[in-house]
Design a protein around this ligand. Sequence first.
Ligand code: PAF
Length: 296
Amino acid sequence: MKTVGIFAEVRELAVGRIGLVPTMGFLHEGHLSLIEAARRENDSVVVSVFVNPLQFNEPSDLDSYPRDPDRDATLIRAAGVDVLFLPDAGTMYPTEPLTRVEVREVSDRMEGLSRPGHFSGVATVVAKLFAGIQPNAAYFGRKDAQQLSLVRRMATDLSFPVDVRGLPIVREFDGLALSSRNLTIEDHLRDSALTLSRSLFGAADLFESGERSVKALLLAAHSGFGKDPSVDVEYIDVARVSDASIVDEIREPAFIAIAARIGSVRLIDNVTLDPVTERADRGIRLNEPSVLYGDI
Ligand code: PAF
């Protein structure tokens, strides 16, 4: 594996069909599943690790974002990656970027409302990665379902010839969706954190029993939260997978998404609902503790 810091070096080293896995580091099994898919489907795999300041609307969130480049490099090397792209902020943004990518409408709700400017930061950095690396395919987790809709739309609107692939959420053995932020959940709040997945799974069960009304599905998800004072729900919403727009009834693939603060930690989660297969995609569960918690 070669580690490089500028786009030209990535293009020199990556050959044949190129699969890109964009990350902000502090890797877990969710990222590793993206790398595995990229390896299966491409000749070269490039993983980028860059904590993108443009997508943080709270400076304290950017400062406290977990970082461990050595740990990331060990995991990425062991996963059989060809090129690790590790740019610094000066390389990615040599001057204040006056060009920003806005994906309107897809960004208007849920995470877009809760985190002003976040999606413009994501769309801008992903567009730069697509332009600079020129991958054939790029891999994203469905945990950030709205982000996935946004990246797909951005790639179509800007004519990037990149196949944007979305892979299932990976969950801890108890159902909590994997996130680097899980490390910061206090032990006594672990059960409270599980209310996100439990509520979503309740709505998913109802969907699989034939319910298609969004109102009924939202009610089921809300009722899963009970009155836990440590849980502060920011939103529960349902959106079309294609463009993250509002729906009243599930007649095409949609996702039901939750954002909540558990103590001081903000978590998101979702389940995809497919009316064609009549199945809800709850993701994949690990059988053992995540690499997040162990020495590697
Ligand atoms: O999902 C993430 O980790 C980030 O939003 C991404 C796509 C790497 C862009 O910085």
